[in-house]
Design a binder for this molecule. Structure first.
Ligand SMILES: Cc1cc2nc3c(=O)[nH]c(=O)nc-3n(C[C@H](O)[C@H](O)[C@H](O)COP(=O)(O)O)c2cc1C
Length: 431
């Protein structure tokens, strides 16, 4: 199913992708925990007709992290102060129970009048904060399947017309239209039904971003929206085709998937101004922070003893085989960064300055028209159905995207100018 217009989802993080940009005087870094700040961003992307705002999450604070806002509670508040924008919460199936999370998502779908979505992650960190071990990846995805099967049984438990509110007959809801989940899986036993009725969308939109073979299969089997990190056009085309074919093999319609690679647009009024902004932000990046982050991307290989101006020694790196068996979050993106270091032999300083933050997601630096050219090329040539837009810095990074880039996409007829309906499913054009 090809569409005329693309989907855009804001990948919200309080400080933007280049989180060291919080030191800019206008970053509003002191306001990031306030509803006023978050709602301001949500309303801005809503005015620009974005499909959704997506709240990422992690369950542990790592060295280069500043904060992670809590997605479910935040989306409850955003429900009340927005009208159309979809609300995507990240949820870990490894460190939560389907009953209470399915119920929270149903509540958000009610509060938002049909705009809830869930980005399912299996977590690669956080076991020290929960009273259980982190299982190996294949098992995490088996848990995720069982978790979602239980959640779906709960969401389907109340029939759409179960609520009667018949005062005469003293029947608020028809209990014959409430069905137990009776879910007995390898990991979860959930009786149901839920204590809340069926929500406007029936169930939240399911989003997923797995990159490993297990993760990709999970997405193909269950997800309606796929987030991914692809730098290269050809790779994105191959990924999209593979994803759709896999969904077909699960008896689904692969063409209905919304596949949205991440991009980090640095928008300027000219290409030169955009480059200036990029350079200015890069100046705020301290070498030692960059090295710490790079070390994380290289699966915890120590780098602080190296000469920053000498090429990174290849012997220091994990082999691709070693990386594959790593539990680290960055393992699935490792081949890309490994290839850059082996083939291009950058120094530590070069890698930190130019490449580290870009790893995984494509940076597009230029005027609205330059960036729109690239996005249009991807969209019109089967690389994607739209993009996860990752602002480089906040909050003006979002403002420039909304006021300069989005109008350019609209002028080209590849992005909507009005919302087509009321629910997130209406906006995404999915059943
Ligand atoms: C755009 C995008 C957003 C993601 N957001 C999160 C997130 O918020 N929390 C998280 O734990 N993982 C997140 N991930 C990681 C994926 O869920 C997944 O764990 C990762 O891509 C590795 O895939 P694998 O688990 O199949 O190896 C994100 C990935 C992408 C591409």
């Amino acid at each position: 199913m090809t569409r005329d217009t693309m989907s855009l989802v804001l990948f919200y993080s309080p400080f933007g992708r280049l989180n060291y940009s919080w030191r800019r005087p206008s970053s509003r870094a002191e306001d990031v925990m306030t509803l006023d700040y978050i709602a301001g961003v949500a309303r801005e992307v809503e005015a620009a007709r974005f499909d959704a705002i997506f709240l990422a999450d992690k369950l542990r604070r790592d060295g280069t992290d500043l904060i992670q806002i809590e997605p479910l509670t935040t989306l409850g508040a955003l429900s009340a102060v927005t009208e159309h924008i979809g609300l995507v919460a990240t949820v870990s199936t490894t460190f939560s129970e389907p009953y209470n999370v399915a119920r929270m998502l149903t509540q958000i779908d009610f509060l938002s009048r049909g705009r809830a979505a869930v980005n399912i992650v299996t977590s690669t960190e956080g076991e020290e904060n929960f009273s259980r071990e982190l299982p190996a990846k294949a098992e995490r995805y088996r848990i995720a399947q069982d978790w979602l099967d239980a959640a779906v049984a709960l969401w389907d438990g109340w029939e759409p017309d179960a609520v009667l509110v018949d005062r005469e007959a003293n029947v608020w809801a028809d209990t014959s239209k409430m069905h137990p989940a009776d879910h007995v899986g390898p990991y979860f036993r959930v009786a149901g039904p839920m204590t809340v009725p069926r929500s406007p969308q029936g169930r939240p939109v399911i989003v997923q971003a797995g990159q490993s073979p297990e993760g990709v299969d999970y997405g193909a089997r269950n997800a309606e929206v796929i987030f991914t990190a692809k730098n290269e056009f050809d790779e994105a085309v191959g990924f999209a085709a593979d994803m759709r074919a896999r969904a077909d093999t699960f008896g689904r319609d692969g063409s209905a998937l919304r596949i949205l690679p991440g991009v980090v647009p640095i928008v300027g009024s000219t290409d030169a101004e955009a480059q200036e902004i990029a350079n200015e932000i890069a100046e705020l990046y301290e070498l030692e922070d960059g090295i710490a982050y790079l070390s994380l991307l290289l699966l915890d290989v120590p780098l602080d003893d190296l000469d920053p101006d000498a090429p990174i020694p290849v012997e220091r790196l994990l082999t691709l085989e070693e990386a594959e068996s790593s539990k680290n979050l960055h393992a699935s993106r490792y081949p890309n960064i490994h290839r850059i270091i082996v083939e291009e032999r950058p120094t530590l300083r070069e890698m930190v300055r130019t490449r580290a933050k870009a790893t995984g997601h494509q940076f597009l630096i230029g005027s609205a028209s330059t960036i729109a050219d690239e996005m249009e090329h991807w969209f019109r040539n089967a690389a994607c159905d739209g993009f996860t837009i990752i602002p480089p810095y906040m909050p003006e990074g979002v403002t420039r995207i909304c006021r300069e880039l989005v109008p350019e996409l609209q002028r080209r007829g590849i992005f909507r100018t009005e919302y087509p309906g009321t629910t997130l499913r209406d906006t995404l054009g999915i059943a």
